[in-house]
Design a protein around this ligand. Structure first.
Ligand SMILES: Nc1ncnc2c1ncn2[C@@H]1O[C@H](COP(=O)(O)OP(=O)(O)OP(=O)(O)O)[C@@H](O)[C@H]1O
Ligand SMILES: [Mg+2]
Length: 297
C-alpha cells in the first residue's frame, strides 16, 4: 500500500467511526465550512468574512476563521490581534491547534495561516495525519467555519475552495473582477468538479447593479460551462464607513452597526448560515481536510 493510500484509508476509517458515533448518539450538528474566494484581490473577502463572523457570533453561533491567505494574512490585523504562532507550528508538531488559535474580543476563534498553508502540497504523510488529527478536534468547537482564501487561482486557493461545503465567490462590478471570478469558477469546475457556487457582489451602488454582475457571470456560465450553477446570495453597497473602520483597524460591524454595509453583511451572514448543504459534503472537518489532502496526494 502506498503512503497516499494509507492516509486515505485512515481518513476513511475515522470518518466512518465518526458517522457511526453520530448514528448511536443521535445527530450532532456538524460545522459548515464556507470558503470565501474571488479570483481578483482586494474585492472585500477579508472584510466580509470578519464582519459576517461577528454578526453570527452575536447570534450565538460558534465561529472559527481559518486564514488561508498565504500572502498578506490580514484577518488578524482587522481583529487587532497579534498571533505568535500559526499553522506551520501545528504542522511541525510544535504546537496544538488550540495553542495556535487566537480569540477575538467577540469570541471568534482565528487560525492564523502565516506561510503554513502555502506548501500544503509538500507535506509528508506524517505531517498530513498530524494536521488531520488536530482538525478533528476543531469540529466540535464550531458551528460555522469561514476560510478566507487569498486572491488568485493558485493551487492552494483551489484546494481550499474545493474542500469546503460552500464556495462563495466575491465580485465587484469591475470587468477584471468579473473576468477573474469567472476564471476561478471555470478552473474549479474543470479541475475539481465543483458545480455549485454562490455569489456576493461587493461595493456596488444598488441591487440592480449587483444583479447585472450576476447576470453577466451566470450568462457566461450557461453558455460555456453547462452544468455549473451560480446562486445569488446578495450585495453589499459601497460604504465609506467600512473604509473608515478599516483605516482605524476596526470592523464596520462594531463601529457603525447601522451602516448600509454592516446591515447588508448581517443579512448575507444569516442567509449563508441557514442554507442547507447543496453538495455531497458531510460538513465535517475530517472530510474537509481529507478532501484537501486527496487533492494534494
Ligand atoms: N463595501 C465596501 N465599501 C467600500 N470599500 C470597501 C468595501 N468592501 C471592501 N472595501 C475596501 O476594499 C479594501 C480591501 O478589502 P479586503 O481586504 O477585505 O479585500 P480582500 O479581497 O480580502 O483583499 P486580498 O485579496 O488582498 O486579501 C478594504 O480595505 C476597503 O477599503
Ligand atoms: Mg484578504
Amino acid at each position: 500500500m502506498n503512503q497516499a493510500k494509507g492516509l486515505q484509508n485512515v481518513v476513511k476509517d475515522r470518518a466512518f467511526s465518526r458517522r457511526n458515533a453520530t448514528a448511536i448518539s443521535g445527530p450532532t450538528v456538524l460545522p459548515r465550512v464556507i470558503a470565501v474566494t474571488s479570483g481578483k484581490g482586494g474585492v472585500g473577502k477579508t472584510n466580509i468574512v470578519a464582519n459576517a463572523a461577528v454578526s453570527l457570533s452575536r447570534m450565538g453561533k460558534r465561529v472559527v476563521i481559518i486564514d488561508a491567505d498565504v500572502g498578506l494574512a490580514n484577518i488578524d490585523i482587522i481583529f487587532n490581534l497579534r498571533p505568535e504562532f500559526n499553522i506551520r507550528h501545528v504542522i511541525n508538531s510544535e504546537k496544538t491547534l488550540k495553542e495556535v488559535m487566537v480569540q477575538s474580543e467577540h469570541g471568534i476563534k482565528i487560525l492564523p495561516g502565516g506561510s503554513g498553508f502555502a506548501d500544503l502540497t509538500q507535506l509528508g504523510e506524517g505531517e498530513k495525519l498530524n494536521l488531520l488529527t488536530e482538525f478533528e478536534s476543531l469540529a466540535d468547537q464550531a458551528d460555522i467555519i469561514f476560510v478566507d482564501t487569498g486572491a488568485g487561482i493558485s493551487a492552494n486557493v483551489l484546494y481550499f475552495n474545493s474542500a469546503c461545503d460552500d464556495c462563495v465567490v466575491i465580485a465587484t462590478n469591475e470587468p477584471t473582477s468579473i473576468t477573474d471570478a469567472y476564471a476561478m469558477m471555470k478552473v474549479m469546475s474543470r479541475e475539481y468538479g465543483t458545480k455549485y457556487f454562490k455569489l456576493i457582489v461587493n461595493m456596488v451602488d444598488s441591487e440592480a447593479e449587483a444583479k447585472k454582475v450576476y447576470g453577466s457571470l451566470s450568462g457566461a456560465l450557461d453558455k460555456f460551462l453547462k452544468n455549473v450553477v451560480l446562486e445569488y446570495v446578495g450585495h453589499i453597497p459601497f460604504d465609506r464607513q467600512l473604509q473608515q473602520s478599516v483605516q482605524k483597524r476596526g470592523l464596520v460591524m462594531d463601529r457603525f452597526p447601522d451602516s448600509a454595509s454592516a446591515r447588508a453583511i448581517h443579512e448575507i451572514a444569516v442567509s449563508l448560515s441557514r442554507r442547507p448543504l447543496k453538495n455531497n459534503s458531510n460538513g465535517n472537518l475530517t472530510f474537509f481536510m481529507s478532501r484537501v489532502f486527496q487533492t494534494t496526494t
